[in-house]
Design a protein around this ligand. Structure first.
Ligand SMILES: C[S@@+](CC[C@H](N)C(=O)[O-])C[C@H]1O[C@@H](n2cnc3c(N)ncnc32)[C@H](O)[C@@H]1O
Length: 309
């Protein structure tokens, strides 16, 4: 308990140092990342190919930062974040859900089991993830209820008024652009339907500088998506959404997630790392004071909005 509020390192300099170090270690790879044409599916295909557990059906394949309010392991925190989004979306058995950017469909399996939703359709641009996700869904006995396909959030292959809910768990920052996705989401939702997102963004007042630009490129985030939560809400309104909610959850995401990712790659398996929620969390105030950011982000918000009836 006595460690609460203590800052283990200066986040801003730590982040800058990581960028510089990665450039010195592998300039060719880093220049490859900075190409304008670098695609998000290349990023996730590379990650998948490096994962030794990719074909192990017993190991979850979550790909988000997690919600670390009570959970102390990565898989537990990722599932908790999916549950949070399910709550905001008010998932129910009558829902036809479109889940965009589903990764390996872990959240779809969870929502089907825990929320018993009517049916889920998923689209994702990364082919290898779609392939593996389909196998995992079939193994879970859910192939009838969860239909996954390759497709883009900004050009959806669906007719208007097709879904009750559209969900995007930690992926809309990648879309080119996020606003084009809002336009597609409002089109495919039925009147009264709901869009729910768990999304990363720059916090209010963050300086838009060189480091943010470099990191955005490396993380395949179109620079047009780098705006704060107030502008985000305005853009949802502009696209016709009503009853918009914005729930900030950074304090339960970044500080613990950073400690988790710092330990990944060290001796212990990433699935066995346990975070000490007291000792390993300096608190969001310390994090903000020291201009903490992580993989280009420093704010995490759950958003929702409804299509007018
Ligand atoms: C950070 S991962 C999140 C995966 C999953 N939602 C989870 O929480 O485990 C981002 C996902 O978005 C997908 N993605 C990125 N751009 C996309 C687009 N334009 N359309 C559909 N999916 C996209 C990626 O392939 C990847 O699966």
């Amino acid at each position: 308990m006595e460690n609460i509020g203590k800052i283990p390192f200066n986040y801003e300099w730590r982040n800058r140092w990581i960028i510089i170090k990665e450039f010195i270690q592998n300039p060719v790879k880093e220049i490859w990342f900075l190409r304008d044409k670098f695609k998000v599916s290349e990023l996730y295909t590379g990650l998948a190919k490096r994962d030794r557990d990719l074909n192990n059906p017993n190991i979850p394949q979550w790909l988000n930062f997690g919600y670390w309010q009570e959970e102390t392991t990565y898989n537990g925190a990722c599932a908790a974040l999916a549950r949070k989004l399910g709550e905001i979306a008010e998932l129910s058995p009558k829902d036809q859900v479109l889940d965009v950017g589903f990764g390996f469909a872990e959240q779809d399996i969870l929502w089907m089991r825990e929320n018993n939703v009517g049916a889920i359709t998923g689209i994702n641009t990364t082919e290898i993830q779609v392939e593996i996700a389909k196998e995992r869904v079939a193994r879970a006995g859910l192939a009838e209820q969860i239909n996954l396909q390759v497709g883009s959030a900004t050009e959806m292959p669906f007719a208007e008024n097709s879904f009750d809910k559209v969900t995007a768990l930690e992926c809309a920052f990648h879309f080119n652009t996020r606003e084009d996705f809002f336009a597609e989401a409002v089109r495919v939702l039925r009147p009264g339907g709901k869009l729910a997102l768990a999304d990363c963004l720059p916090r209010v007042g963050r300086e838009i500088n060189f480091w943010l630009r470099v990191n955005s490129n490396k993380m395949c985030i179109p620079f047009a998506n780098q705006y704060d939560q107030h502008i985000y809400v305005e853009k949802l309104k502009k696209h016709g959404f009503l009853n918009i909610q914005a729930i900030p959850i950074s304090e339960y995401v970044f500080p613990a997630a950073v400690h988790y990712f710092t330990q990944v790659g060290q001796q212990i398996s990433k699935h066995d790392i346990a975070i000490d929620l007291q000792k390993d969390n300096p608190g969001i105030e310390a994090w903000s004071r020291d201009r903490g950011w992580f993989m280009a982000f420093d704010d995490y918000v759950l958003f929702s909005g409804e299509k007018p009836n």
